[in-house]
Design a protein around this ligand. Structure first.
Ligand SMILES: Nc1ncnc2c1ncn2[C@@H]1O[C@H](COP(=O)(O)OP(=O)(O)OP(=O)(O)O)[C@@H](O)[C@H]1O
Ligand SMILES: Cc1ncc(CO)c(N)n1
Length: 273
């Protein structure tokens, strides 16, 4: 009997269930991968925005890493909100010690609602310590701009950011997400050799809270299942597109995406006639 694939997310929380740890675990579960989590920060937030957060102490974050790695080694790891530069350095050290082969780095800096989730000084730690370890980094446009210190206005700029991240910063591959771009919701993957475009029509919806977390979590689950990066991203794009195009329509602000979107017709309540 083959063993179930296991995935670990290292991130902050969302009590309203749309982003962060909660989104990641829901995604792992939906895909059929065993999900685990290391919590870096407890964030009070919902579809209307971030209210406050409490960063967990470094020793306690380390203890969670040890609890996971000494017991159930994951096949793939995803990081989202890493609360401060020390947590970033710790994550880099733990990934190296555990010899993690598949690592998806979602460089969460700013929530789509515009609230800063981590300090600007952390940027350098991501660049120097985490990027060289990652199988793929998944910035949205503002994150790609911040990481590369370049303005991104055109598709060519998006591709150039991907190239800079791979060739200058040493990440294995970069997926620049076009959710914040005008026009179609197209993302560009650069792996040092070729650019691949992952396209979707842009849906007219505000319910995209946690879309970046969910997308990166599907990619992580795919890698945990042994898929090559291209296939993991392709499946991720299909999942997130379905999750955005079939909104649950819950939440007073920018509501969560729909984890059953890809099988929405099966789970929609039927109307009795
Ligand atoms: N309105 C939309 N219609 C279709 N796809 C979208 C839409 N908005 C975002 N996407 C897609 O969703 C995925 C997540 O992209 P995005 O750039 O929004 O991430 P993000 O800003 O990190 O998300 P968040 O911070 O909300 O978690 C990408 O594949 C993007 O192309
Ligand atoms: C904890 C957390 N991570 C990431 C995001 C970005 O969506 C968020 N809103 N909250």
């Amino acid at each position: 009997m083959t063993e179930i694939a296991k995935a670990l997310t290292v991130a902050g929380t969302d009590p309203s269930g749309g982003a962060g740890i909660q989104a990641d675990l829901k995604t792992f579960q939906e895909i059929g991968v065993y999900g685990m989590s290391v919590i870096t920060s407890v964030v009070s937030q919902n579809s209307l925005g971030v209210k406050s957060f409490v960063d967990l102490e470094l020793d306690f974050v380390e203890s969670q890493f040890d609890a996971v790695f000494e017991d159930i080694p994951p096949n793939a790891v995803k990081s989202g909100m890493l609360s401060n530069p020390n947590v970033m350095a710790l994550t880099a050290r733990k990934l190296k010690e555990a010899n993690v082969a598949n690592y998806v780095l979602d460089p969460v800096m700013i929530a789509s609602s515009g609230h800063a989730l981590i300090s600007e000084t952390a940027r350098e730690k991501i660049a120097k310590e985490l990027l060289p370890l990652a199988t793929v980094v998944t910035p949205n446009l503002p994150e790609a701009e911040a990481l590369t210190n370049r303005e991104i206005k055109t598709i060519d700029d998006m591709k150039e950011a991907g190239r800079v991240l791979v060739e200058d910063y040493g990440v294995n591959a970069a997926l620049i997400k076009g959710g914040h771009y005008e026009g179609e919701a197209d993302d560009y993957l650069y792996d040092g050799q070729t650019f691949e475009k992952f396209s979707a029509e842009r849906f007219d919806t505000k319910h995209t809270h946690g879309s970046g977390c969910t997308y990166a979590a599907v990619i992580t689950a795919g890698l945990a299942n042994g898929k090559p990066l291209y296939k993991a991203v392709k499946d991720g794009k299909a999942y997130i597109t379905a999750a955005i195009s079939n909104p649950l329509n819950i939440g007073k602000g920018q509501g969560p995406t729909n984890h059953w979107g890809h099988r929405w017709s099966e789970v929609q309540p039927t109307t009795k006639v």
